[in-house]
Design a protein around this ligand. Sequence first.
Ligand SMILES: [Zn+2]
Length: 233
Amino acid sequence: MEKARSAIVVAGWVIISLLLLSVLTGRNHRKTSKPIIIVHSKIKKFEQIPLGVPSNKIKTVVTKVLDGDTVEIDGGERVRLIGIDAPEKYEPYFKEARDKLKELVDKKEIVLEKDATDKDSYGRLLRYIWLGNLLVNAEMVRQGWAVSQTYLPNVKYQEQILKASIEATIKKRRLWKPIKDEKCPYVASRLQKPFHYLSCSQASKILEKNREYFKTRKEAIKAGHRPCKFCTP
Ligand SMILES: [Zn+2]
């Protein structure tokens, strides 16, 4: 009888301790599992909104320079330099700007740095290019071959680029600047069919006395003009 009783008591204790243990470990488990859920949801949030992700840098080689603000890198991907704007192929100083960027980075090992946005609508990587300690984006502006252009929210080095822009203006290095006349952005010659953006190099050849300006494409077409093949307005 004694033995059976003590066996019941021992069994009771064992059950109680097991219960206690499971409650305690269960609580512990909840304590540790809760922050894991928070961390996980934070990661998910950042994956959806790339803003605030620490910028990353990668080393690569420039294989081709396309214009004053676009290059191709090892593997064939295109990179658009952020914070700046250089002449398009139909604009004056296009060749000069492209040649300058070629001189700076072509066939060289560079470091690409990302800001907030990974790619633009053309699928090009939006990046800063570092050549050692030189920020190439700012250097193109400093030498007058590109202008500062803010690509919100990618503004990490905009102050540096603006300083470069001020230097270029003071030292009169700025040869090219984008022409943006919102009131009459199109121009044509009375003697020719094509109409252009004001910034088109073909447009700059039209004599003042022959110039016709248009507020809209529709207006230009109505007047008997067709879009220029180079600037495709
Ligand atoms: Zn044109």
